[in-house]
Write a protein that binds this ligand. Structure first.
Ligand code: TRP
Ligand code: SF4
Length: 423
């Protein structure tokens, strides 16, 4: 049976390349070459996979509009495991994207049983983190965004039960709330395009969220009035559900085009020009004109105890409101890539590349590449032992968290100001 990635139970990360291949996720390398500047999360191999990222990279390079959206389930306090996706959003906003954050309170309430009060207070913590990192843009809670509900309803007309079974492995016992959570997330992903108009939209996520991307890409396509396809020497515009007048409008927009029943063929124009014009016509006839969303996939920062960073294993995470003493203790007792004996480690060095302590530095604690490679070198050459290395890392983590907390306090008002809005 084909494997499914289930967003609620799977703990992926072991064999990310195999999953990429199976689900058609492409490596980030080729499209990222269009970026004027490579962010550290790509150059350090943290963000590794993508779908249609080329569109986003060209939008950054050409300074054309694009959106960036992600969502957070407010089912607990934010911690270091959430930071990567936040930084990806902020970087893309700083590079020209219009930013959107969904607080997935409906999902947290329906799937995890979190009370609405807790959803609201956890949600605010996530937003404080984002603003502390420099986010600007729009934010909303799923439960309060009326246009989102309408979009979810519209999207639901394009999915049937067999797709839910195939993508998520749902069974006859699956409650309706799971399906509502899924279709609400589909609406999240398309929301920036109904809020600010069609444009390429980047959704940075962990691989566990890819099922939602696959589903949304299918729905975005089904919600289009037209399919625009490159053929041998011409571009074909096919009506799916377009009113007949809209197809005539396409015909009229391109002189020399030929109209058949259900499609118009256009010669002598590049695909991009035709598809943009068709999108405009679709919009003028009340259609959505969606771009299919793009996505990036990052590796997960390992928990301090080895597995994933997860609130359900308190020793695995570093939270933003933990005391210095608690943080220090966690880092000092973390699992490492060290050898069983000091003699062995001196002789053959540690395994930095899989060591949770090293990866903490690589993901978030050391911004300078030369410093990071020095830390790695001291480990693999057996120059430094784990005790000392953890001590140095703990100092970095404490400095980082202190500074981050301060910044979170400074941006508190931004979260409160937003609270008055109806989305
Ligand atoms: N389901 C996501 C999670 O479990 C949260 C989420 C909700 C989301 N809406 C989204 C993620 C839209 C990306 C895009 O964390
Ligand atoms: Fe990890 Fe540091 Fe030990 Fe190397 S020396 S294995 S990086 S803790």
């Amino acid at each position: 049976m084909a494997e499914t990635i289930n967003p609620w139970t799977s703990t992926p990360g072991e064999d990310i390349e195999r999953l990429f291949e199976e689900f058609g996720i492409e490596p980030i390398g080729p499209p990222s070459r269009d970026l004027p500047e490579l962010p550290y999360f790509i150059s350090r191999g943290i963000v590794v996979g993508q779908r249609d990222y080329g569109r986003i990279a060209s939008a950054i390079r050409d300074k054309t509009p694009f959106h960036v959206l992600t969502g957070f389930m407010p089912s607990g306090h934010p911690h270091l495991g959430h930071l990567m996706v936040m930084k990806e959003v902020v970087w893309h906003v700083q590079n020209g994207g219009s930013g959107y954050i969904a607080i997935a309170d409906r999902e947290a309430h329906a799937v995890r049983g979190i009370s609405w009060e807790d959803c609201a207070s956890y949600g605010k913590e996530y937003l404080r983190c984002l603003y502390a990192l420099g986010f600007s843009g729009k934010t909303y809670s799923q439960s309060r965004n009326r246009r989102l509900h309408d979009l979810a309803f519209e999207a639901s007309t394009k999915v049937n039960w067999s797709e839910m079974v195939a993508i998520y492995g749902f069974s006859a016992e699956t409650d309706l709330a799971h399906q509502i959570a899924v279709i609400t997330q589909v609406a999240d992903i398309l929301y920036p395009q109904i809020d600010s108009g069609p444009a390429p939209t980047l959704v940075p996520v962990g691989i566990d969220q890819d099922p939602h991307l696959r589903l949304t890409r299918g729905i975005a396509h089904k919600l289009r009035m037209f399919t625009v396809e490159e053929r041998d020497g011409y571009v074909s515009v096919r009506s799916k559900e377009a009113p007949p007048e809209a197809l005539s409008a396409v015909h009229r927009a391109f002189s020399g085009s030929r109209k058949y029943s259900g499609h118009v063929d256009i010669r002598g124009l590049p695909y991009g020009v035709v598809s943009e014009k068709v999108r405009e016509i679709e919009r003028s006839f009340g259609g959505f004109g969606f771009y299919s969303p793009s996505s990036t996939y990052h590796r997960f920062i390992p928990g301090l105890t080895g597995g994933k960073m997860s609130s359900s294993v308190p020793e695995s995470i570093i939270g933003f409101s933990e005391s210095d003493a608690a943080i220090k203790k966690k880092v000092m007792s973390a699992l490492t890539g060290g050898k069983p004996t000091l003699a062995e480690q001196k002789e053959s060095g540690g395994e930095a590349d899989t060591c949770p302590v090293f990866l903490l530095n690589l993901f978030h604690m050391v911004t300078d590449d030369a410093e990071l490679s020095d830390i790695r070198w001291r480990c693999v050459s057996g120059e430094i032992m784990c005790g000392q290395c953890k001590k140095e890392t703990a100092e970095r983590v404490l400095a980082f968290i202190r500074d981050f907390k301060e910044r979170m306090d400074e941006v508190e008002h931004l979260v409160e100001e937003r609270d008055g809005s109806d989305i």
